[in-house]
Design a protein around this ligand. Structure first.
Ligand code: NIG
Ligand code: FE
Length: 405
């Protein structure tokens, strides 16, 4: 398959670049007036139109479905969303009014709303129904250009319901063309009927079975949820079975970054509240700091200090956090726009944060996240006239012409 007349081919990276950090996050390869060839679902080759293997005037009248005229549109790697909770039942729109009336995320949770509310709903929902409801969101994400996503458990909060979630995530992985990574987030909140201590032990006991389904383990290491000590115990139990990805520093400076780095977490996520100590702790590690501007927007929290991370030479990923309580949106283009508008990232920095670096943060950047020969041809073709700046600037105008997945 050949795409020709590409106005801009964006996101070109040499082979072997798995993430970009510091000043490199502000750069990406761009080829003007290009073509791209796909073979067996992978990027086989690309180059300037002068070297195009098809003759445009012939291709335009041939009606060959293997040849696509991009009509001057931009081609870019699809979005990679390394942090979502899209498997959930029902909705939490009932809490929306409480939120509007001024209750905080913590206050809603402490009244038995929040995550426990979602767990009750999930418990009452059949596995089939949970799959159907979740697939509506997964299809929505794919239609908006997401080609790889991570999905967490964490609304089960007992062994049977956590496994139900992990089976649904596996079924989604088996049914959609997008890449799906699975995370065991048993430690999302203390399940009903457990003491805190008994629940931490229950999570530890679930790990071997969860590891049959999941790639990663996550802990909500934050004020009012799980402590650094709980996190340390859970990650120690998961060693050699599941790679950590940690929820840290959303509600308080929690110590979650440091305990994540200690256990070689692939990412530490949220980071709405960070001091310079967290930035230092992340230097020279393989851990990707991941920020979730959708939850800053929805909960009215500070936005992460992405610019300071870049100045310190680190890379930053951005993800949607799509979930019913703190970010009911999986729109990665809006995430990218917020990266620019609220976090002052340049369009290229934000673009790398929602493609290559977010692919890295879920361990798929060898296959996704850039235009590189041999990588999956998981691409967005835009309408004519779009570029990276315009996607973030004119952030609500539809821009996608076609998705290759
Ligand atoms: O990433 N902070 C913890 N977990 C989710 C919210 C989950 C929920 O409220 O349902 C988050 O924001
Ligand atoms: Fe989350």
């Amino acid at each position: 398959m050949i795409i020709y007349n590409i106005g801009q081919l964006v996101g070109i990276q040499p082979e072997g670049v798995l993430r970009v950090e510091g000043p490199a996050q502000g750069q990406t390869g761009i080829l003007e007036n290009a073509w791209l060839a796909i073979e067996d679902g992978r990027i086989a080759n690309f180059g300037p139109m002068a070297t195009c293997p098809v003759i445009p005037s012939v291709a335009s009248v041939s009606h060959d479905s293997n040849v696509t005229d991009a009509c001057g549109g931009m081609v870019m790697p699809g979005f990679c969303d390394s942090h979502t909770h899209v498997v959930y039942a029902g909705s939490r729109d009932g809490e929306f009014l409480d939120k509007i009336n001024g209750l905080s995320y913590e206050e809603i949770a402490s009244r038995g709303g929040g995550i426990l509310n979602s767990a009750d709903l999930l418990h009452r929902t059949s596995e089939e129904e949970l799959y159907e409801q979740s697939m509506v969101r997964v299809r929505e994400m794919m239609a908006k250009g997401t080609v790889a996503m991570e999905i967490k458990s964490g609304y089960g909060l007992n062994p049977a319901d956590e496994l139900k979630m992990l089976r649904v995530i596996r079924r989604i992985r088996e049914t959609v063309p997008a890449a799906v990574k699975s995370t065991f987030l048993g430690a999302h909140a203390v399940g009903r009927g457990y003491t805190h201590e008994a629940y931490v032990q229950a999570v530890i006991d679930m790990i071997p079975q969860a590891a049959e389904y999941a790639d990663f383990v996550d802990v909500f290491c934050d004020e009012g949820f799980f402590t650094v000590e709980d996190t340390d115990r859970i990650l120690t139990a998961a060693e050699h079975l599941l790679t950590p990805k940690i929820h840290a520093n959303e509600l308080a400076v929690s110590g979650g970054v440091q305990v994540g780095v200690k256990h070689m977490a692939l990412s530490v996520d949220h980071l709405e509240r960070t001091t310079d100590a967290e930035i230092s702790a992340l230097k020279d590690t393989w851990t990707m700091p991941t920020m979730l501007p959708g939850s800053s927007f929805f909960l009215g929290l500070p936005y992460g200090r992405a610019k300071d991370f870049l100045k310190a030479g680190l890379g930053v990923a951005l993800a949607s956090d799509y979930n019913p309580g703190s970010s009911p949106s999986g729109d990665m283009r809006f995430v990218m726009a917020q990266g620019c508008i609220k976090m002052r990232l340049t369009p290229v920095e934000a673009f790398n944060a929602v493609t290559l670096n977010s692919a890295y943060a879920m361990g798929v950047s060898n296959e996704y996240g850039s235009v590189t020969r041999g990588k999956k041809a998981a691409l967005i073709l835009t309408e004519p006239g779009w570029d990276l700046t315009k996607i973030a600037y004119q952030y609500q105008t539809p821009f996608i012409r076609q998705i290759f997945l």
